[in-house]
Design a protein around this ligand. Structure first.
Ligand SMILES: NC(=O)c1ccc[n+]([C@@H]2O[C@H](COP(=O)([O-])OP(=O)(O)OC[C@H]3O[C@@H](n4cnc5c(N)ncnc54)[C@H](OP(=O)(O)O)[C@@H]3O)[C@@H](O)[C@H]2O)c1
Length: 256
């Protein structure tokens, strides 16, 4: 049986690099991509074998998440592949109306709700909806790993600088939601592992306005980060790793 990778929030530049890499380097693997938008032309042109990429649109409502999960189940059965790597990329830091807070006086109710929604609520609801699929598909025996794209800034212990309240706290919440669901999932799927992954500062739209202060050599390309993430996923499948870990691009552990 061949492998399948599920990439949620696939419009993410890191997610796109991951998809392109899996299609290019793993000749038998299938990729299922889920996003609010269509597959971008920039990715379509990088994908040499489009028969191995299935792109699903989803507005992240509960109804559409459940529909996507059902379609995934049908597709995995049709293709006779094992879904053993799942990556949830969703994350938002700024847009035309939102920027990270410098001071507590900048806190804004709507911004807090919006950032928590995309960074913690949406990934958590995916963990909820995927349970039914993973229970029937993995049957408790097959090793698999779920990674969420977190950020070191979400580490409560590591917070020495302050600022960026909404983004920072939404990633802390994401980590807690992941760890809590890992404990519950373990009862029925003991071979499933959970990773909160810190990609490092990566050259994507998310980090664009903040790249000037990044030390030389510390701004990574999405391709480099995708390779690091794939290495972390492989490690998790190959060796007996902790149920849930908060891990950086280079494999170093981050305190929760
Ligand atoms: N770039 C960095 O330096 C850096 C550093 C640390 C952590 N991260 C984390 O890495 C992940 C990927 O980021 P990236 O750098 O690849 O950023 P990106 O290219 O800007 O991707 C944005 C991601 O967020 C999702 N998204 C945006 N607005 C959303 C909304 N309103 N509701 C739900 N989802 C929404 C997109 O999903 P769709 O496919 O549905 O559009 C996409 O997955 C994020 O979780 C980010 O926090 C990035």
């Amino acid at each position: 049986m061949s492998d399948a990778v599920l990439v949620i929030g696939a419009q993410s530049e890191i997610g796109q690099s991951l998809i392109a890499k899996v299609i290019a380097e793993e000749k038998a693997s299938q990729v299922i991509a889920v996003s609010r938008s269509d597959c971008p032309n920039s990715l379509a042109s990088r994908v040499s074998d489009e028969t191995r990429l299935t792109w699903m649109r989803c507005d992240y409502s509960d109804q559409e998440m459940a529909d996507v999960v059902e379609r995934c189940g049908v597709l995995l059965a049709e293709k006779n592949v094992t879904l053993n790597r799942l990556v949830i990329c969703n994350g938002r830091l700024h847009d035309s109306t939102i920027s990270p807070e410098k001071r507590i006086e900048d806190l804004d109710r709507d911004t807090l709700h919006a950032i928590f929604e995309s960074n913690a609520v949406v990934p958590a609801l995916w963990l909820k909806h995927l349970k039914v699929l993973l229970k029937t598909h993995l049957k408790g025996r097959i090793p698999a790993v779920i990674a969420v794209l977190s950020a070191r800034i979400g580490s409560i212990e590591d917070n020495g600088k302050g600022g960026w309240y909404a983004y920072r706290a939404s990633k802390s919440a994401l980590n807690m939601l992941l760890k809590t669901s890992a404990i519950e999932y373990q009862r029925t799927l003991p071979e499933l592992r959970f990773i909160a992954f810190h990609p490092g500062t990566t050259d994507t739209p998310l980090s664009k306005p903040f790249q000037r202060s990044v030390p030389e050599g510390k701004l990574f390309t999405p391709d480099f980060v995708a390779a690091s993430l794939l290495a972390r996923l492989s490690e998790s499948l190959a060796v007996n790793t902790a149920l849930a870990s908060f891990v950086a691009w280079d494999g170093s552990q981050i305190p929760w």
